[in-house]
Design a protein around this ligand. Structure first.
Ligand code: XMP
Length: 507
């Protein structure tokens, strides 16, 4: 296993994923992790990640033993500077730093750089620079701006790069990660998702035994994949509950239930539309809507659990990034804060024992598991959909009529955008119903109807996003179809804002 110590870089998770892509298992640890702990775990290599701080004004509880041991280390960016400082080198604030694509020259042969040319293009993002290396270190690469871009110890298997090999813009980045994993650490290729699935099924079967397990499914890829995995493990000892809060997209309930039933999942569909809409009557404040929906969801779920129980276990589709994020927020190294509540997140007071089989998986790994388990493409490639559903895409009060309008408009947008050759690059594409009416002309008559906004964004993880430059031809076709086919809408606009400053959803 390769341990990545996280100093708060936005790329930390990417480092771990790069190793896993090579078949080498990798986990992320906070800066105060003990060397003895890593050693006992049989860690083959340690990566010190980048980070937003400066080494000279950050107090770190890094365990010095890491540098006294023999486990190979790769320091990246801040990790390099940290290693340099800890081992007696010097780090200074650079005058201009280096950002984006930069050329480096390899000035000394190094196992880390095997297979690279003498000159390479790499991705840099740093202000501070290492100005003096520790005594036993030599320079292995220099940037076009004259800074140290690579270094290594002559005594220990300690390596460092100032650039980011984990970022795809670093052309030979994956080769550097590969050299570190196999040539330097001697790591084994033992991370295999097919085997993971088989082992998890066995493990879950043993853990659940003769008991029963409950799961809330939303139709998203995580909970749907988990439902199928649990079905394979324990069959009908699983009860999966799908709460239809009436805020789903067109055909969504049918699509999800059809797939789950076909794959043999013991599924209960609770039709709770009436209840949710009643509670949402007259509510216009976005946070209030979220609170009501979250609360009502837990109520429905509790009632069903009681009716169909007893259950000893509750399964949840928690993913590794959530685990890392909450750990990072405890150590104070996290730069990101997430405030959404997912309606699928259930309170602890329900009193179940939790099972979270995806706790150490990244989203793309869950998608691969979905493939292994035979889920269809429309589920595997599903765009994220917020727990509170269309309620946060109808600005102002949610009514049955407005839901009807939005569903139709959203369905047209999806139909048209799916035909676009770049559809796979989109993170989310959806319609929003605005709470205003504008004047228009339909046939020979004046109309006074609602406005639909279209939102199409690209994103890595939903934390930041860019609007997508969808060709006018497609946007025009969507607008024409919506205004022609959805009575009640006479105007369509396109949202050209990135996140930040806007958010992806409008509420
Ligand atoms: P924002 O609007 O904050 O959304 O830029 C970022 C991502 O999160 C989704 N989202 C939610 N997901 N419960 C969820 O489960 C929520 O309350 C919620 N609000 C936003 C949103 O669709 C986007 O993918």
């Amino acid at each position: 296993m390769i341990a990545v110590i996280d100093f708060g870089s936005q790329y930390t998770q990417l480092i771990a994923r790069r190793f896993r892509e090579l078949g080498v298992y990798s986990e992320i640890y906070p800066p105060n992790v003990k060397y003895s702990f890593l050693n006992e775990k049989g860690v083959k290599g340690i990566v010190l990640s980048g980070g937003p701080n400066s080494v000279y004004n950050t107090e770190l509880e890094l365990d010095n033993e890491i540098f006294n041991g023999d486990i190979p280390i790769l320091g990246i960016c801040f990790g390099f500077q940290l290693m340099a400082k800890f081992l007696g080198g010097e780090v200074k604030k650079g005058e201009k730093g280096e950002f984006g694509l930069t050329r480096i020259k390899i000035v000394k042969e190094s196992v880390l750089f095997e297979g690279l040319e003498k000159e390479e293009k790499v991705w840099m993002s740093h202000h501070d620079v290492v100005t003096r290396l520790p005594e036993d270190f030599v320079v292995t690469a220099i940037s076009e701006n004259g800074f140290i871009a690579g270094a290594q110890s002559l005594e220990k298997p300690f390596f460092a790069v100032q650039f980011h090999p984990e970022v795809s813009h670093t052309e030979k980045g994956q080769l550097i990660i590969e050299n570190f994993a196999f040539k330097i650490c001697g790591a084994e290729k033992n991370w295999n998702l097919g085997r993971f699935v088989e082992e998890k099924i066995e493990e879950i079967r043993k853990q659940i035994g003769e008991n029963r397990v409950l799961l809330a499914v939303s139709g998203g890829v995580d909970s749907t994949t988990l439902a199928v995995l649990l079905q394979r493990a324990v069959g009908d000892k699983l009860t999966a509950i799908f709460v239809d809060h009436g805020l789903l997209r067109m055909g969504e309930k049918e699509e999800v239930t059809e797939v789950l039933k076909r794959l043999g999942v013991n599924l209960v569909v609770v039709d709770a539309e009436e209840r949710f809409l009643e509670k949402l009557k007259g509510v216009v404040d976005p946070e209030e809507k979220r609170k009501i929906i979250g609360h009502e969801f837990v109520e429905v779920f509790k009632e069903e659990a009681k009716k169909r129980g007893p259950f000893k276990f509750l399964a949840q589709g928690t993913l590794y990034p959530d685990v890392i994020e909450s750990a990072a927020s405890h150590t104070g190294m996290a730069a990101k804060i997430k405030t959404h509540h997912n309606v699928g997140g259930l309170p602890e007071e329900l009193g179940f024992e939790l099972i979270e089989p995806f706790r150490y998986l990244f989203k793309d790994e869950v998608r691969r598991i979905a493939e292994i388990l035979g889920l269809p493409e429309n589920i595997i490639k599903r765009q994220p959909f917020p727990g509170p559903g269309l309620a946060v895409r109808i600005l102002g009060e949610v009514t049955r009529d407005k839901l009807e309008l939005l569903r139709k408009a959203d369905c047209i947008l999806m139909e048209e955008i799916k035909k676009w050759e770049k559809y796979d690059e989109i993170w989310q594409s959806f319609a929003v119903l605005l709470p205003i009416k504008t004047v228009g002309v339909k046939g020979d008559f004046r109309s006074y109807e609602y406005v639909i906004a279209l939102r199409v964004v690209k994103s890595e993880d939903g934390m930041t996003a860019n609007f997508v430059e969808v060709p006018y031809e497609i946007l025009g076709r969507i607008a024409r179809r919506i205004t022609n086919e959805v009575s009640g809408i006479n105007r369509v606009v396109y949202d050209l804002t990135d996140k930040p400053p806007a958010t992806i959803e409008w509420e």
